[in-house]
Write a protein that binds this ligand. Structure first.
Ligand SMILES: [Zn+2]
Length: 224
């Protein structure tokens, strides 16, 4: 048991017109700040744009989590995946609010590994001052919308600084979120927007560790 564990809340795959406002209301009522890693395909809609504006205005951090979220980038063989997934999403976010650039790769069920990035994406993140935000707790809220808080609280109790991946989409974290936050408060947790070193391999465009474990070779489109 770690005394006063630190917890960074992150919400991925939104915004969602029904769920995201409820998550924002809940966080506001408790004066908590979080990260929201959004999908370009949602930000491209009028409601998505206005939810990103609200999220930013309420003091949360908004980051890029790809446009379609269909294939982890290290497995995406399309030559224009960087432009279509990362750059297009960032352009939409820039229209709503200027903020530090942050990218969270899509892990496909939360797995960490070389499927997260590919060399052109990595180069882009470094050249454009991005922070790359990974994670160390995936309680699988999308599979278990009622039971996930117990796993998340267990991670928080055992880990000095937990970066928790939740999802502000239908059928995921919302029903358990108040219960989790109550439980974390009972553990004495401190909520922070900071990322521990192990979850931030790139900070403001500077590599902080060996990035090979998170980067696949460019897929060879001639030899699938
Ligand atoms: Zn995701």
């Amino acid at each position: 048991m770690t005394l006063a564990p630190r917890v960074t809340l992150t919400f991925d795959n939104g915004p969602d017109p029904d769920v995201t406002p409820q998550v924002l209301d809940l966080l506001r009522a408790r004066s908590l700040k979080a990260w929201f890693f959004v999908l370009g395909k949602h930000v491209a809609t009028p409601w998505g744009r206005s939810l990103v504006a609200r999220t930013h205005a309420e003091g949360h951090r908004v980051g890029n989590h790809s446009y379609t979220h269909e294939v982890p980038l290290g497995l995406d063989a399309r030559p224009d995946a960087l432009a279509r997934e990362v750059i297009a999403t960032e352009a939409l976010l820039d229209e709503v609010a200027q903020r530090p650039r942050c990218f969270r790769p899509f892990g496909g069920g939360g797995a960490l590994g070389p499927h997260l990035l590919r060399p052109d994406v990595l180069r882009h993140l470094l050249d454009h001052g991005y922070t790359c935000a990974l994670w160390n707790s995936v309680p699988r809220d999308w599979e278990d919308p009622i039971g996930w808080p117990a796993r998340a609280l267990d991670d928080c109790a055992r880990t000095p600084h937990t970066v928790l991946v939740l999802h502000d989409i239908a059928g995921a974290c919302l029903d358990g979120l108040a219960r989790f936050l109550d439980g974390a408060a009972a553990l004495g947790a401190t909520f922070t927007l900071a990322l521990p070193d192990a979850c931030a391999p790139i900070v403001d465009g500077v590599a902080r560790c060996d990035l090979a474990p998170f980067t696949a070779p460019l897929p060879d489109r001639n030899h699938p």
